[in-house]
Design a protein around this ligand. Sequence first.
Ligand code: PXG
Length: 441
Amino acid sequence: MNAPTGLPDLSHLWMPFTANRQFKSQPRLLAGAKGMYYTSVDGRQILDGTSGLWCVNAGHCREEIAQAIARQAGSLDYAPGFQLGHPLAFEAASAVAGLMPQGMDRIFFTNSGSESVDTALKIALAYHRARGDAQRTRLIGRERGYHGVGFGGISVGGISPNRKTFSGALLPAVDHLPHTHSLEHNAFSKGQPAWGAHLADDLERIVALHDPSTIAAVIVEPMAGSTGVLVPPQGYLERLREITAKYGILLIFDEVITGYGRLGAATASEFFGVTPDLITMAKGISNAAVPAGAVAVRREVHDAIVNGAQGGIEFFHGYTYSAHPLAAAAILATLDLYRREQLFTRARTLAPAFEAAAHTLKGAPNVIDVRNIGLVAGIELAPRDGAPGARAAEAFQKCFDSGLMVRYTGDTLAVSPPLIIEESQIAEMFQSIGKVLKEIA
Ligand code: PXG
C-alpha cells in the first residue's frame, strides 16, 4: 500500500484494535500534544475529549513528569526486579498504597491493564491455595466487561468479538454475571441509575450452580468503560460485595479506567464506598507517559500468600519490567502532580457542569441515551438499519475532522477528558458533538 505523500511507509505496522486497511487508506496521525490538545501531522489542534485512551488524566506532556523520566533515564535506566530492587520501586509502591482504600496497601507492579488483570486473577488463585482451598479456581466476570487481552482477561471479559476467535482456548472454569445496561429502565439517567441493583443477585444463582467452595473471585469494572460507559446501578456494587463476602469469594475491581480521578476520587472504590479485595490499575497511574500498571491487594490476601509460604519465592509471577525505573519515576511524578493540583477534587467539582453539558444532547438526532458519572459520559446513538456501529463511526470521524477527539464502541460515543479541562472546553466538546449529530443522518 502506498502511503499518502509526506507520511512514513504505513505497511509494516500491524495496528492494534484497528481496521488496518481502512486506517491506512485514510490515516489519522498525531504529531504532538500539550495540555488539553493534540496536534495532528497536518498541524490541526484537536481537543482531547478522551484523555488519549482514558489515560492522560493530568493532560499531555506535563513538564514535571517528562523531567522525572528524563532524569531517571540518565541515572538508572534499568534494574532487575527479581531478587534485586531499586529505591524508587518501593517509593512508588508506598505512594500508590497511600491512595488506595484502607488496608489495600500491598502493591504488585505490572506494565499494563491486561497484565494487572491476569496478575490479580493469579493472586486470587494463589490466595485460596495458600489457605488450603485449592479447589477454588472458578472466576466470575460479567457480560460486556473489558479486562484487557490476556487469556485470563478475555476469559472473564464479556465482549464477544474479543473472545470468539480464541473461544477454544479460554480458561475453562469461568462464568459471567449479566450486564447492567437497560435503555428501557435507565435511559438518560444522571449518575447512578435507580434500576438494576437486583442484577447483582444473579451471583447467588451462579454460586448455587457451582457451589461457593469452587469459586475464587468475581471481577468487574465498577464503571464499565470500554463497552460504552455503563454506570453501576444504585446498590449494585454493595450487593456484589455482600454476596462475595458471605461466601469467601474475593472481589476484584478493575479500575484501569476508573482509577486516578476519573470519577472524582482516587478510586471508584472510594467514590462508591465499596471496598474490594484487589484493585487493578494502569493508564492514569503514570499519566500514560510510560507504560505502567499495578495491583493493590488487601493486606490479609498478601499475607496469606507471602507469610503462608514455606520459604523461597512465595508467588511465581512477575515481569522483567515490573517497577521499571522509568515507570517508577513517572508514577511518583504523576501522583505528586495529582496531589499538588488537586485533580481528583477538580474532577468532582467539574462533574455537575459536565453532567449538565452532556445531557444537553438529549433530543439531538438519533440520541437514545446519555449516561454519565464523574468526568465520563456515554452518548448512545440509534444504530442504522443493518449497519450497527456505522453511525458512531461516522460521528467519530466528523468530530476528529472538526477538531475533537472522542471514542466510540458500537453505537456509543464516549467522552472522558483530562481532569485539567476548563468548563468552557466542556461546553465546547458537547456543542461540537451536537453539531456533528445534526450533520449526519
Ligand atoms: N481493564 C480495563 C477496565 C480496561 O479499560 C484494560 C483492562 C487493559 O489495559 P491495557 O493497558 O492492557 O490496554 C483496559 C483497557 C476504549 C479502550 O476505547 C479501553 C481500553 C484500552 C483501549 C481502548 O474503550 N481499556
